[in-house]
Design a protein around this ligand. Structure first.
Ligand SMILES: [Zn+2]
Length: 247
């Protein structure tokens, strides 16, 4: 047994077979900013066999208050390179594929080759819409998170079992300038929830955030869960637009 994983393998919910499942899994982390920084570290540490990270950005000083996978020495460098080096330093036994690209409907299908779960590390509606539609097309879970200020929300959208991202979130504000204010731990909390749900979905254990959204209000430290239901008129998964879909 790899000593590295002993503290999770001794959990009855995981065991050696669960660790094997993690080693065989492939995850796409769509963006290595505030969310992806933390999910990438936890999923690498947990021994996910193959992690693809996709991001088009280079590291800027204003990223460093929350994007803790990166460090000052990498300013100006592609975030996927900075992140991949850190992930391999943390766990050289896994495969990390950095892809410096802006995720779009033109490249998402190729990015999902060999991927079992999509983890949202993006910061805008358009990218999430691309990820959501790809999740529905390929039947892959989409572990969503959104962060603003001191607050965070997380949900896992699983095709055929739950509402989808576009059932719940409509329209989008285009990010402007530096984007909204945000404190690092808000992204860290959301990303930790995402990493937890990703492990559970791979292992088939516990109750992932299916048809539920965790809302975390950091300033007064309130956390609650709201139930979600599918929108039959959803343009992505709704029966009205997609009569073949049984969601
Ligand atoms: Zn939908």
């Amino acid at each position: 047994m790899d000593e590295r994983y002993v503290r999770q393998i001794i959990l009855p919910e995981i065991g050696p077979q669960g660790q094997e499942r993690l080693a065989r899994a492939g995850v796409l982390i769509a963006g290595v900013g505030g969310l992806g920084s933390v999910t990438a570290l936890y999923l690498a540490a947990a021994g996910i066999g193959h992690i693809k990270i996709a991001d088009h950005d280079s590291l800027e000083p204003s990223n460093l208050n929350r994007q803790i996978i990166h460090s000052e020495a990498f300013l100006g460098q592609p975030k996927v390179i900075s992140a991949a080096i850190r992930m391999k330093a943390l766990n050289p036994t896994i495969r990390v594929t950095p892809v410096q690209t802006r995720i779009s409907s033109a490249n998402i299908d190729a990015l999902l080759d060999g991927v079992d779960i999509i983890v949202d590390g993006s910061d805008n509606y358009e990218t999430r819409q691309v990820l959501n539609r790809a999740s529905l097309r390929h039947g892959l879970p989409f572990v969503y998170a959104g962060v603003r200020g001191f607050d965070a929300m997380v949900s896992s959208f699983v095709p055929g079992r739950t509402a989808c991202f576009e059932c719940i979130v409509t329209g989008g504000e285009a990010p402007s300038g530096r984007g909204p204010g945000i404190v690092g731990p808000a992204a860290g909390m959301a990303a930790s929830f995402q990493a937890m749900d990703t492990l559970k979905l791979i292992l088939g254990i516990g109750k992932p955030l299916e048809n539920r959204m965790v809302c975390i209000y950091g300033l007064d430290m309130r956390i609650h869960c709201v139930n979600l239901i599918s929108n039959p008129q959803c343009k992505a998964c709704g029966k009205l637009y997609n009569p073949d879909k049984r969601i």
